[in-house]
Design a protein around this ligand. Structure first.
Ligand SMILES: *Cc1c(COP(=O)(O)O)cnc(C)c1O
Length: 491
């Protein structure tokens, strides 16, 4: 029996720890007059089936939850190389800043006069993001990347309909994130897939053949999800514009471009940001995010309301007048705390710092690509941007798959990279180290990957049966996601 297996046997489940009559609390005697419970709540609304609850002392319950929390992997524990997710370390001071009472205790329905500072912060953040994107206007309302996509594509749809053009098609490359085709469908478009060429890029000749006056937009990602810069981007945007289509850019990969290149300058018309990737909001647990959308002036009439305006007296107000607006996409103004963190991050780094962040993100990805090259196959072997892609071609000769490698990484204390995405790479391992990792951490990761490559040849069974040191072994991930047990059950 391994050490890990011994440890597991020694950890009983919550209900196995329960002892009848044992409690972790004490209440004073009830001195309220007896009330008929039905007067407070009709009997049919009172749940009968809750409980039984485990009966435990306070130290036992504290230890139970602290132990569970130690099963979580987080960026504060170690490298989190999940490609396309930008799991970077975010400065803790930005958390503090977003919790300053003036920010976190304001109510969205307070008078504009009361919240001038908040409005100014949002107004300035809009302008910073517009500058970074190379576009004219920004809405901060969307709460996530996919929400930003929806907002952007709704504006594109409104733009065409306003011009009496009922365009039905959206082009999406085969390397795109799944949210891109999903967003297009949700907006009522039909999706046509643009195949990547042997470079892993969009080929202008192929695109030209697919382009027609029925195409409302192309949704591109640049650098794409292979971590490669679309070299023909100017030609691509030209081909789409020539037939009246618009260019949407998925900006989740802005970590590769900050201060170096602007999508607007490449001909992009609409771009969403992922504040919870690039701009200092931690993510991974489904917490609050931000997906602001930057647009060209031609789309401004369709911006969601309210719009933050600066008056001639240098005060700020919320305008609800935008006659052709797509409406509201958020209850109020977006996740304000996330906006504060993005603002603080941009102000801390400044233009030079942002540029340096991108340079380091790209350098780190290329370092991993180059150092792992002798051990893992690289499907598109050229300089990459913020992420690099390997697959399991070499390891397959020994019966080892990408999933096995990912599971074995867990034994060594690392979060696995993104696997089996993008779909066009068989057995893909997509590694995004981000700019916040030290050379020592990268070397540790690379050396671990090299150990696993050697184990795949010398001890394939060890890799195939990994993880050996995780609280649970291989789970049915689909079932685990679809049938979550979110509350205690005694069985
Ligand atoms: C993360 C990501 C998205 C979706 O962002 P969410 O905030 O998770 O909705 C879209 N496209 C790409 C390329 C991404 O990496």
């Amino acid at each position: 029996m391994t050490f890990c297996e011994t440890k597991k046997i020694l950890e009983p489940l919550l209900f196995e720890k329960s002892v009848p009559g044992r409690t972790g609390w004490q209440l004073p005697a009830n001195d309220c007059p007896a009330i008929n419970p039905e007067k407070i709540m009709p009997a049919n609304l009172v749940r009968q089936e809750i409980g039984p609850f485990p009966e435990m002392s306070e130290p036992e319950i504290a230890r139970h939850y602290v132990r569970l929390s130690s099963y979580n992997y987080s960026i504060d524990k170690g490298l989190y190389p999940l490609g396309s997710c930008t799991m970077k370390y975010n400065p803790k001071i930005n958390e503090l800043v977003s919790r300053l009472p003036g920010f976190c205790t304001t109510h969205p329905l307070q008078d504009e006069d009361d919240v001038q500072g908040n409005l100014q912060l949002m107004w300035e953040l809009e302008h910073y993001l517009a500058e970074i994107a190379g576009l004219d206007r920004v809405t901060l309302q969307p709460a996530a990347g996919a929400h930003g996509e929806l907002t952007g594509m709704m504006m594109i749809k409104a733009y065409h309909l306003d011009r009496q053009e009922d365009r039905k098609t959206v082009l999406v490359p085969d390397s795109a994130h799944g949210t891109n085709p999903a967003t297009s469908s949700l907006c009522g478009f039909s999706v046509k897939v643009v195949p990547s060429d042997e470079r892993g890029l969009i080929n202008p000749a192929t695109l030209a053949q697919m382009m027609s006056p029925d195409v409302a937009a192309i949704m591109i990602t640049n650098p794409n999800t292979l971590g490669l810069f679309e070299k023909d981007i100017s030609k691509i945007t030209e081909i789409v514009h020539a037939q009246g289509g618009l260019v949407y850019c998925d900006g989740a990969n802005m970590n590769a471009l900050l201060g170096k290149a602007r999508p607007g300058d490449m001909g992009v018309d609409v771009l969403h940001f992922n504040l919870h990737k690039t701009f200092s909001t931690p993510h991974g647990g489904g917490g609050p995010g931000g997906g602001p959308v930057a647009i060209r002036n031609s789309l401004a009439p369709f911006l969601p309301v309210p719009i933050i305006e600066k008056t001639t007296q240098n005060t700020f107000r919320l305008s609800h007048e935008n006659a052709r607006s797509i409406g509201k996409v958020s209850t109020f103004f977006g996740n304000f705390g996330v906006l504060v963190k993005a603002y603080a991050y941009i102000r801390q780094l400044g233009p030079e710092g942002l540029k340096r962040a991108s340079e380091m993100a790209v350098l780190n990805a290329n370092y991993v690509r180059q150092t792992l090259k002798p051990d893992f196959h690289i499907p598109y072997d050229t300089l990459c941007k913020h992420e690099c892609i390997f697959n399991d071609t070499i390891q397959q000769e020994h019966g080892i798959s990408t999933l096995d490698i990912a599971k074995r990484l867990i034994d060594y204390g690392f979060h696995p990279p993104t696997i089996y995405f993008p779909l066009i790479v068989k057995g893909a391992m997509m590694i995004e180290p981000t700019e916040t990792e030290s050379p020592e951490t990268l070397d540790h990761f690379v050396n671990t990957m090299k150990i696993i490559a050697r184990e795949s040849i010398e001890q394939p069974d060890l890799v195939k049966s990994a993880p050996h040191c995780a609280p649970l072994r291989r789970l049915d991930e689909v079932l685990a996601a679809k049938q979550q047990l979110l509350r205690f059950k005694s069985e």
